[in-house]
Design a protein around this ligand. Structure first.
Ligand code: SAM
Length: 245
């Protein structure tokens, strides 16, 4: 079986290990690069995600593909001492950078760190009030399996939020964005992180990702209901939300 790694067709197992290489290699420069490449706007996208999550004190939250833990940090304050947040990621390097950052920020007892693949989450059915996956789904090989797994571990009434790069409906913006991500972004990656290839992969994975409507349908097929999405920054990013009823 083959799958896409950027534009290339590669065997399924190889995609997973190449994604692992990319994130081992970008882990330490990840936060700086995020701010640089998005001009800091990723902070606004994440803030909206938190607002729409509706997380309250005492809730259980899973931040899958949580990486360096930006969302986990906010959730740990919202759920308070009686709640819990699981920061889960397939990649040990990203998890350990995330853990150090959260500890530096005074995050304590209500956060757990779990190395896990979104495609087969190691949690019982009906565990979480809310699940977020931010800029993670496009890296997952079997996205349908990942969405089914997330739906399974959500409690009835729980929410899944998917924050991900998407397709700007405006042709002009789409062209400008392509130029930016395929020409400029790998160069910034080369200059700042000395790693043009990883950033070339990231740009290519964005282009391969399903558009807004397709992702909405995929979430519905996985068993989520009342699925809706909001385009952010002209649709460069979209925030999808679905509920398990
Ligand atoms: N959520 C963080 C954020 O928004 O800043 C990190 C996003 S980072 C671009 C993508 C993360 O997805 C990486 O940490 C990577 O290790 C993780 N990832 C990739 N494939 C995964 C999978 N199958 N299961 C869980 N995490 C995965």
């Amino acid at each position: 079986r083959t799958t896409h790694f950027g534009y290339q067709e590669v065997p399924v197992e190889e995609k997973a290990s190449r994604v692992a290489d990319v994130f081992h290699s970008v882990a330490t420069s990840y936060d700086v690069m995020n701010d640089l490449m998005s001009f800091g706007i990723h902070r606004l996208w994440k803030r909206l995600t938190i607002e729409r999550a509706g997380v309250r004190p005492g809730h259980s939250v899973l931040d899958i593909a949580g990486g360096t833990g930006d969302l986990t940090l906010k959730f740990s304050r919202l759920v308070g001492p009686r709640g819990r947040v699981v920061l889960a990621d397939i990649n040990q390097s990203m998890l350990s950078v995330g853990r150090d950052k959260l500890l530096d920020n005074g995050v304590g007892g209500n956060v757990e760190y779990v190395q896990a693949n979104a495609e087969c989450l190691p949690f019982p059915d009906n565990t979480f009030d809310c699940i977020t996956i931010a800029f993670g789904l496009r890296n997952v090989t079997d996205k349908d399996a990942a969405l089914r797994s997330m739906a399974r571990v959500l409690k009835p009434g729980g929410r899944l939020l998917v924050l991900e790069f998407s397709k700007p409906p405006n042709a002009l913006l789409s062209k400008a964005y392509d130029e930016y991500s395929f020409r400029l972004l790998p160069r910034i990656g080369e200059l700042v992180a000395r790693d043009g290839d990883s950033y070339r992969y990231l740009a290519e994975s964005i282009r391969m990702h399903p558009d807004q409507r397709t992702l909405k349908e995929m979430m519905e097929t996985a068993g989520l209901e009342r699925v809706e999405y909001t385009n952010l920054t002209g649709g460069i990013v979209a925030l999808h939300r679905g509920i398990k009823l």
